[in-house]
Design a binder for this molecule. Structure first.
Ligand code: SR1
Ligand code: MG
Length: 409
């Protein structure tokens, strides 16, 4: 096979591709290939030489999303992912997989195999803990966000990068699934847990003040190119093991609001917290897990601000960045955006099409209802009161109140 015309590969094609198109395995390699993807969009192949143990991963983009043919998505996202991973590896060394090759015909990239790591969402649903996660993820977010912004970059270079990373199809998915549909079900594809239908209709679709604030957040997302953000930084986009964190799947990356990634990751830790409260019977283990997650939220907010302030002081080149009060103003806006995005992510993963195992795996219907309503009530506060949200306590205080109200704790 020449691989000079695009087609969607199966496992045997990917194995053949790795052997004949990539300069990675030796000629006498004995390859085995498995399709291991469980995401919503792409096909992931792990290929191992059983003689040497050497392995790599091939990620191929189709022209529709795996989760549904309704989403037509340009395979150019594969190029974006390849280029972004190289940039992120420069800005946050060791915190993303190494990339080996990009093929613009087959729309696939070859990269480091992260065997030994687990997808963080799966590990959190199994109630594992990752003590260095807060430190690693804040280094990743602060570096990739601030070092790609107008605060640090040459303005002409930055504008060229904005052009290079225009990502219309993937942004459209985010605009629809995160910012729009959870608050009106306009495409009739929300997947509301039936016992929660009336609550969602009243509290989300029926709340005009909430909808107005989500509109402001959506219009800011569509027009504010502050930083080269990851764009989909949930716990399914992160591989972890106790001594390593690797951020993957940056195909939603584009120049967008600087608080986006921070808000998304915090929301996903809150799903893990709700899961632990709903399903862990042993109270000692439950307390250990929920305290770990609360500590992580606190640490992320605190470390983020500490590292962000330090990096701004060290690296800012923009003249107006040194004016009195500018740094503080920029950070306040960013934290407000992060809170808004956390609220939106909490809503869309419960109400919308793309849900999360942390919630859907709660088998007892009353507990799932409590978990969902706790997250949705918190979400509304994070959106409505976002300009007052600064640190972990501003997330966790309302979380505890919502969880009490809905009998989760
Ligand atoms: C159609 S894609 C649905 C979701 O999966 C991705 O991981 C993103 O989170 C997207 O919103
Ligand atoms: Mg993904």
């Amino acid at each position: 096979m020449a691989y000079d015309t695009y087609f969607l590969m199966g496992a045997s094609d990917a194995e053949d591709y790795a052997k004949n198109k990539l300069d990675f395995f030796t000629k006498d390699a004995s390859l085995e290939c498995q399709e291991i993807g469980d995401g919503n969009l792409n096909y992931i192949f792990r290929i191992e030489d059983t003689n040497s143990g050497k392995s790599l991963v091939i990620k191929q983009a189709g022209d529709t999303a795996r989760i549904s043919d309704e989403f037509k998505v340009s395979p150019d996202r594969n190029r974006i992912e390849y280029e972004i991973l190289k940039i992120q590896n420069d800005l946050a060394p060791g915190l993303v997989p190494e990339v080996y090759n990009y093929d613009e015909v087959m729309n696939c990239l070859a990269m480091e195999d992260l065997t030994g790591h687990r997808i963080m969402r799966h590990a959190l649903v199994d109630h594992e803990q990752f003590p260095r996660f807060a430190d690693d993820i804040t280094t990743f977010i602060v570096n990739t966000q601030l070092l790609t912004s107008d605060i640090v970059m040459n303005p002409k270079d930055k504008k060229r990068q904005v052009g290079n990373f225009i990502n219309p199809d993937l942004c459209e998915i985010t605009e629809e699934l995160i910012f729009t549909e959870p608050f009106n079900d306009i495409h009739q594809r929300n997947a509301v847990f039936p016992p929660n239908k009336e609550f969602v209709e009243r509290e989300l679709y029926g709340d005009s003040e909430l909808r107005r604030e989500t509109a402001k957040l959506k219009l800011a997302f569509m027009s504010s190119g502050q930083s080269l953000i990851h764009g989909d930084l949930h716990t399914g986009s992160i591989f972890v093991k106790p001594d390593s964190t690797k951020v993957i799947d940056p195909e939603f990356a584009f120049y967008g609001p600087a608080g986006f990634d921070l808000g998304m990751i915090v929301a996903n830790l809150i799903f893990a917290w709700a899961n632990a409260h709903a399903v862990m019977d042993d109270s000692t283990a439950r307390t250990r897990q929920t305290e770990y997650l609360e500590q992580s939220v606190n640490d992320i907010l605190q470390l983020f601000q500490q590292k962000w302030n330090t990096l701004w002081d060290e690296k800012a080149t923009e003249t107006v960045a040194s004016y009195e009060g500018v740094k503080e103003w920029y950070l306040e806006q960013l934290l407000a955006d992060a809170s808004g995005v956390a609220g939106l992510e909490l809503c869309r993963r419960i109400v919308g099409l793309a849900q999360v195992k942390d919630i859907t795996s709660i088998e007892e219907p009353d507990l799932r209802l409590s978990a969902e309503r706790s997250c949705l009530s918190l979400a509304k506060r994070l959106i409505m009161d976002r300009h007052a949200v600064r640190d972990g306590r501003d997330y966790l205080g309302p979380l505890h109140e919502a969880a009490h109200t809905h009998a989760l704790i």
